[in-house]
Ligand binder design. Sequence first.
Ligand code: SF4
Length: 341
Amino acid sequence: MLSLLSLFVLFIISSYVVFHEKKINKIQYFLKKIGNILSYKTKKVPLSVNFHFTRKCNYECGFCFHTAKTSYLAPIEDSKYALKKLADAGMKKINFAGGEPFLYPKYLEELMRYCKLVLKVESVSIVSNGSKIKYDFLKRNKDYLDILAISCDSFDESVNKKIGRGTGKHVEKLSDISHWCREFGIKFKLNTVVNAYNKSEDMNENISKIAPFRWKCFQVLILENENGGGEGALRDAREFIVTDQEFEEFIQRHSEQKCIVPEPNNLMKNSYLILDEYLRFLNCTNNDKTPSESLLDVPVEKALMQAGWDQEAFIGRSGIYDWSKQPSNTCGNNQAKELEW
Ligand code: SF4
């Protein structure tokens, strides 16, 4: 009788566990994240790194704040060495950026695979202007890429041209890439720089159609030696500046987009960990980009001390988010079902 009762209890418990397995996994996932956040409060960990491995670009955006000051590309073994050090120090997410990273597709591909297969980095992402992305590249690398972010500042090509983003085919390419990402299970993200030329645009309809899982809206940022117009700067972005209020009006106009993530100037400057083409962190605290010592020469902890990186600000701007390939909400209610990744 007793063993029958035990079997019955066991049956009830296992059914409950199986039935709620998904929920339990989710709870465990979030508890792990909370645990991580608490430990990051006490120690600096390079959790999420933006590796700008090239400064070269085929576009000429007037407000660009990471300009082609050098054409250096580190030997791939040096890049791998630095990435390994970062992974050993706790890096969980790597974002490849530029310049335009797709100017070097083989290099990019090798680093993506190295990060996923060898270093087991949780999330690999790329930020690109989209113009050089090929269908076959995404098909071949779909298992090594979690998130693809494309920059788009306007759905009006004449505005894109004024900004310097391409020659009139930017939106068409953006739409193709969003479909390819859907086909290959890669999360599609959109980045927009709010500036003097697009500040009054209403993008709601197009954003709902394209349905990114995350839509970052940055307030155009001036960094003295990059786009400040002075000596040593390759750009003068002062004509692109928007006030805090104009930026806020743009955000309010698009508040129905649940995936919108606003980033005003005060949030942007110190909350990104930027690794440059020489494997140095760039310290942006003084409206400039001062390089740390290279990860080729010093331990991660020492380079981090020189990075001017504000870990609290990183967490404060929701730097830790659902960056794996697991399903998440998207913009555009109509598309949400269709976009179950
Ligand atoms: S696409 Fe990006 S890197 Fe290239 S010029 Fe424009 S802002 Fe700069």
